[in-house]
Design a protein around this ligand. Sequence first.
Ligand code: GTP
Ligand code: MN
Length: 612
Amino acid sequence: MKSNNYLEILKPELDERNYQKISAIANPKVHQFIIKAAKLCAPHKIFICTDSKEDIAYVRKQAISTGEEKPLAIPGHTYHFDGIEDQGRDREVTKYLVPQKETLSKNLNQIERKKGLAEIKRLMKNSMRNHTMIIRFLSLGPTNSIFSIPCLQCTDSWYVAHTEDLLYRPAYEMFRQGNLPSELFCFLHSAGNLDKNMVSAQPEKKRIYIDYTEDTIYSINTQYAGNTVGLKKLALRLTIRKADREGWLAEHMLLMGVYGTKKRKTYFAGAFPSACGKTATAMLPGETILGDDIAYFRDIDGKLKAVNAEAGIFGIIQNITPSDDPTIYKVLTTPGEVIFSNILVKDKKPYWLGMDCKLPKEGINFSGKWYENKTNNKGNKIPPAHKNARYAVSLKALDNVDQQLDNPSGVELTGIMYGGRDAKAYVPVQQSFDWEHGIIAYGASLETETTFATLGKEGVSEINVMSIQDFVSIPLGKYIRNNLQFGKKLKNPPFIFGVNYFLRSKEGKFLNGIRDKHVWIKWMELRAHNNVKAIKSPTGLIPVYKDLKMLFRKVLRKDYKKEDYINQFTTRVPENIAKLERVEKFYRTNANDAPKELFKVVKEQKQRLLKA
Ligand code: GTP
Ligand code: MN
């Protein structure tokens, strides 16, 4: 059908003003998706959001007047709550829709496509009857760039639409000008029936379905941004498939500029599983932040160019203090646009766990009216704020935002780090012998403990391949092979580092402070420019004591004792061998297409360890 015919169908659904806005976009795919969404969800109104200040201000105003967000004392600050059972990404109800004749790795949660589509459509039927459907045009990656992925979001949540304003680049203009890349991602979200607290009244009917056949995501009966803001981890699952088809990489990584001597700036990327340090690393004071969650890599004339898929931060607020995180602390305590979620509110002030002051004994939180010793229906104490409480802000609100954020050509990357919650084995920082060793020994072998960022048990140790396991929508072996090959084609592949912020003593105490990571980063910067030597260990190249001593003094104004160095950087031989055995077993059981290089690198590392 031609665009005009679709517009005819849309016309009666929209008022004159909104009809004009949609007809300025000559893209039949856009019209078709809106028609489908409107037929299914039956919204009582449709609001087309352009990039204009007026439209964006309207979204924000509506988020407040519907009660999805409430204002705090500081101008521009609001807060929002998610339901008690909706405080993190929900692995269990997030499923891929897989056509009958296809197979997807068995460790991915999935449902037969037709069956899944029927189920989600039944749940979404008339779900917007009393709501407005908001239509947003956004871009993953900078607009008008080889990296751009045009995105169309339909939602009945003003909070979701408002959050997207802080986290993504507006792209109505890019859609209107019409020179779009061919593929479009579509997201349909409905909050479903809401209770008096403006959260989904039927959490047991929460579903998040990924239809990769049509690059579409459906989500219903949920508020938590990780489940509703389609462009975040849900889109990442689609992007990984797209990147695989097109020969580039989509990664769960931060991007930052690190200063060396004489204002030399070097770009690093870093992969850490959820709640393991991406945002904390990207935000180190004195360096620049380009991204904290999702990065796209392309090989452009033999150079690795990277962009941030996003333009804002949806960050964990627990433990944010002025001394550990001065940059974000300032944003969270001065006027400007911030959406807090699942914090404690008392007298229009936000409070969170691990903050630098005493928390009030009562207030409002995700459970409603909260008071000390309040318990849930299972008799467990409800904390004042949720561990996974977060803030949403635009990167542009930060003093140290990198000036290349919106550069359509990206930045050239010099180093990549991989790190997880590894209590026992890996040293705090080490450099790989080469690209292949780094990808396999640090990336593919990344082990971590589960955290509060996903629903389910915390502290369970698991392999989390390159910190992206939850989102890898292609066979694991293929994903690793794509990474190996990507680096082999580059003129100077980035240096690869393994980091571990969570190494513990036998008694279970962390061996490093939260700020120590700054020293590791500065050491990587020096290594990338060949300014310091390193020592060969069985698992990688490790720092020389005197260089770290110098950096601790310079960066943290602290003394670094030789005995701390020995404690932290001695190779833990049995723990490392045990780790490699778990890695090998994991790939033998979960990835029958694992590349042969993987077993080779693991075997060589094991031999080096046995020799030690
Ligand atoms: P997502 O946003 O969920 O993808 O997580 P993230 O990788 O951005 O995690 P973030 O940087 O927000 O860190 C999460 C948690 O790790 C916070 O509670 C921090 O306090 C804690 N953390 C960060 N760095 C360190 C560290 O060096 N040592 C220790 N012990 N904890 C840390
Ligand atoms: Mn983060």
